[in-house]
Design a binder for this molecule. Structure first.
Ligand SMILES: [Cu+2]
Length: 239
């Protein structure tokens, strides 16, 4: 019994160490670009919780397996091992605990999705059309049509997305959110850019030969610069 407890304590400590190491490796390898929207905080937090869970599950399986292989190996004895006929407590635990984990992640993911997709009365609307293999943006308030997306900083934005041909997907990694564009319907994606800068919009849905080249420049500018840009667009329209 004392020996069992010793094995259990050693394995638990090894699992905890392995969890931290795997988390550290994944966190180092899966580099996310610096966030540039208000909504990034909770999204990155959810991502982080998943990475911790993945690291723990990996450690749980691999450490137990390796520990058992080494600590309980048959030393010259090739006879049958002891027969085990199930363990009620263990079976209840490994059914109930994962259930709670799944419900927990479903709950926080659903509430976050509802939060991120909730309409905001002050949102600034821009339409984006995806086509093989480029993007086109329309500003409904003045009818300007541009190949680059220019947005005012610190303003909630709603993109109305459509497709001219096949499925595409609107994705700016720094904005974290992603949404498919679907032929024949309008889909929406909402975010609030909070860092002035230049980003790249990428198509994230395999859509044909030049899918990888389906990029567009996204510029997040100050309110003054945005007004200037709007008046330039308007002047061009009136020419
Ligand atoms: Cu694509």
């Amino acid at each position: 019994m004392a020996n069992n407890r010793r094995h259990f304590i050693i394995a638990t400590v090894l699992i905890l160490i392995c969890t931290v190491l795997v988390y550290w490796v994944l966190d180092t390898v899966l580099l996310k670009p610096a966030a540039a929207v208000v909504e990034a905080g909770p999204i990155d937090n959810l991502f982080d919780q998943h990475i911790w869970l993945i690291a723990f599950l990996f450690a749980l399986v691999v450490v137990f397996m390796c520990y058992a292989l080494i600590a309980f190996r048959a030393r010259g004895d090739e006879g049958d091992g002891e027969h085990v006929h199930g363990n009620g407590l263990l079976e209840i635990l490994w059914t109930v605990v994962p259930c709670f984990v799944v419900v927990y992640f479903a709950w926080i993911s659903t509430t976050m999705l509802l939060d991120l997709t909730r309409p905001n009365p002050d949102e600034y609307v821009v339409s984006a059309e995806g086509r093989q293999w480029s993007w086109l943006f329309t500003y409904p308030e003045n009818g300007a049509v541009t190949p680059e997306l220019v947005l005012p900083v610190d303003t909630p934005v709603r993109m109305d997305l459509t497709s001219d041909d096949v499925l595409h997907s609107f994705w700016v990694p720094e904005f974290r959110v992603k949404q498919d564009t679907v032929p024949g319907m309008v889909t929406h994606v909402r975010f609030t850019p909070n860092v002035i800068g230049e980003y790249v919009l990428r198509c994230a849905e395999l859509c044909g030969t030049n899918h990888g080249g389906m990029l567009a420049t996204v510029r997040v500018v100050s309110a003054e610069e945005f007004k200037l840009w709007q008046s330039e667009q308007l002047a061009q329209l009136q020419e």
